[in-house]
Design a protein around this ligand. Structure first.
Ligand code: CA
Length: 225
């Protein structure tokens, strides 16, 4: 499994590279945005670890260019930018997770493993998803909560499936637009909120513990405990 590490501080680059190789990953490194872009398009990577402050540009701009050219590997942003706004921007603009510097290597590895696990293709033959008392039949595209069948539109089912696959993890409006609607439209649009509202009335109404939580200013999370 090969990781692309984009980091211009050689000390940190070397430390991460050695640590990842020690636990069995192959690692390619890039010190500039240009180099990272070329590598990401020329090779298949399981994940990208991305520093944002690069000598020839911003890591997020580079990521946006790579994403627009089909780069789909999960991205762990590693940055000294630590404010909530900066982290939200990073997650909105294509990052899948965000770790601030200074960081502990054990945490970087744990987060990277999480990303790799989540992005692994669904095991063949898996036809059902279950989160708490919610159950989805992916073949028949039927859903139940506490044994009661839900009347969902195809779009609502797809949205719920996406939330279930990411249960316990915050998904932003941009991620939903990208993954469920397969489009990049104005993230200010309220199309997501409208659909989440409808989905909520169908899956949460009448239950004491709602499954869908709003994370104000960020997105939504489907509870998994
Ligand atoms: Ca840097």
């Amino acid at each position: 499994m090969k990781i692309l590490l984009v980091e211009d501080e050689l000390g940190i680059q070397d430390f991460i590279c050695r640590s990842l190789m020690e636990i069995g990953y192959k690692v390619d490194v890039a010190s500039t945005a240009k180099e990272a872009e070329l590598r990401s398009l020329g090779e298949e990577y399981a994940a990208l670890v991305l520093d944002l402050g690069l000598p020839d540009g911003d890591g997020l701009d580079m990521l946006a260019r790579c994403r627009s050219q089909g780069f789909s590997a999960p991205v762990l942003i590693l940055s000294a930018r630590r404010s909530v706004d900066e982290r939200v921007i990073g997650l909105e603009q294509g990052g899948d997770d965000y770790l601030t510097k200074p960081f502990a290597m054990a945490e970087l590895i744990a987060r990277l493993r999480n990303l790799l696990r989540r992005s692994a293709p669904a095991t063949q033959g898996v036809t059902k998803l279950r989160v708490l008392d919610l159950e989805l039949d992916l073949v028949r595209r039927d859903a139940w909560r506490a044994g009661v069948q839900l009347q969902l539109t195809p779009q609502e089912f797809t949205l719920l499936e996406y939330l279930c696959r990411n249960a316990g993890r915050v998904v932003t409006r941009s991620m939903i637009l990208d993954q469920v609607w397969k489009m990049r439209i104005d993230p200010e649009t309220n199309v997501i909120d409208v659909h989440i509202y409808r989905l909520r009335t169908k899956i949460d109404q009448g239950f004491p513990h709602p499954l869908i939580r709003t994370i104000r200013g960020v997105g939504y999370v489907l509870r998994d405990k």
